[in-house]
Design a protein around this ligand. Structure first.
Ligand code: C2E
Ligand code: MG
Ligand code: MG
Ligand code: MG
Length: 284
């Protein structure tokens, strides 16, 4: 009987494995057609001045809608695309698309709104990233200063000899460089002095317990202190309530994004938000 149970357990394990493998192949296959079939889109989450509520920028966030697979969570399909290398094509598309949106905002008179695009460590290592970025900027006819690139600490712990050179190339294009989900990684702080970055994004992980959890509060204070003493910008992610906003303002954090202000919006909804006078935006 116990042998039989063991056998059944093994059987369902191998069935499971086979199914997972099939699922993976199916996702791979569908993802290879995603660009050509227009299944990808970018949404734009406003980044706002935490004091005034004014929109200063947006983070472009990728969405994939496939007729067979439906809608998949970005963190899931992105990490999948990273493992197959498909993220290099998807990421280049996102850069072009986001720059074209900035063009559209500028055409409507919003000349100072910047777009932030997430860049995977795979794009960083495999692609001529600076070349791709430069082409996207010039196709849209926008200056490098209108674009921000978000890297996770993963890029830094890869410790490629090229890392510094690529960061310098990107900086020379005028684009802003920031470290996403700051504090979640374990890359140490040394790179903050070595790399020509402009800002940090405080991970939403640490904002969740604010203002009641004392260790979350301490981490937020520490990150804010690091940013200030190194002369770096700071954006708080995942601002969901007024108490968190208040806390961040008191801490001197200038910019935030989160559901308190808006979720990621369609391009049309984002433009509409930009066109709304500020007094209507934060209820006078
Ligand atoms: P991220 O870059 O850290 O983006 C922030 C995530 O937090 C987004 O999730 C956003 O929708 C979510 N968020 C925003 N405000 C709040 C809030 O108030 N509370 C909470 N709980 N969450 C909030 P999303 O869109 O699901 O994206 C997940 C991750 O997928 C991103 O994390 C990023 O790492 C990756 N990703 C998305 N688009 C791209 C892309 O175009 N390229 C690359 N390489 N990665 C991307
Ligand atoms: Mg990001
Ligand atoms: Mg983040
Ligand atoms: Mg993240």
């Amino acid at each position: 009987d116990s042998k039989r149970r063991a056998y059944n357990g093994w059987q369902s394990y191998t069935d499971d494995l086979a199914r997972r493998q099939r699922d993976r192949l199916q996702v791979d296959f569908q993802m290879r057609g995603a660009l050509d079939n227009n299944e990808l889109s970018l949404l734009y989450q406003p980044q706002v001045d935490l004091r005034t509520g004014l929109v200063v920028g947006a983070e472009a966030l990728m969405r994939w809608h496939n007729s067979q697979l439906g809608v998949m969570r970005p963190d899931i399909f992105i990490s999948h695309a990273e493992s197959t290398g498909e993220i290099i094509r998807l990421g280049a598309w996102a850069l072009r698309e986001a720059c074209m949106q900035v063009r559209r905002w500028r055409d409507e008179g919003h000349n100072t709104v910047r777009v932030a695009v997430n860049v995977s460590y795979r794009q960083f290592l495999a692609d001529d990233l600076a070349g791709t970025v430069e082409a996207a900027l010039s196709a849209a006819g926008i200056p490098g200063t209108a674009l921000e690139l978000e890297f996770t600490e993963r890029v830094l712990i890869e410790d490629e000899p090229d890392t510094l050179r690529i960061f310098a190339q990107l900086r020379d294009l005028g684009v802003m460089l920031s470290i996403d989900d700051f504090g979640e990684g374990y890359s140490g702080l040394n790179y903050l002095r070595r790399l020509p970055i402009h800002g940090l994004k405080l991970s939403q992980l640490f904002l969740q317990g604010v203002p009641t959890n004392t260790s979350d509060v301490a981490v937020c204070q520490a990150v804010s202190g690091i940013a200030r003493s190194l002369g770096l910008g700071l954006v708080a992610e995942g601002v969901e309530n007024e108490a968190q906003r208040r806390f961040l303002v008191d801490l001197g954090v200038p910019v935030g994004q989160g559901y308190l202000f808006a979720p990621a919006l369609s391009p049309d909804d984002f433009i509409q938000l930009l066109n709304t006078p500020p007094y209507a935006k934060h209820g006078t």
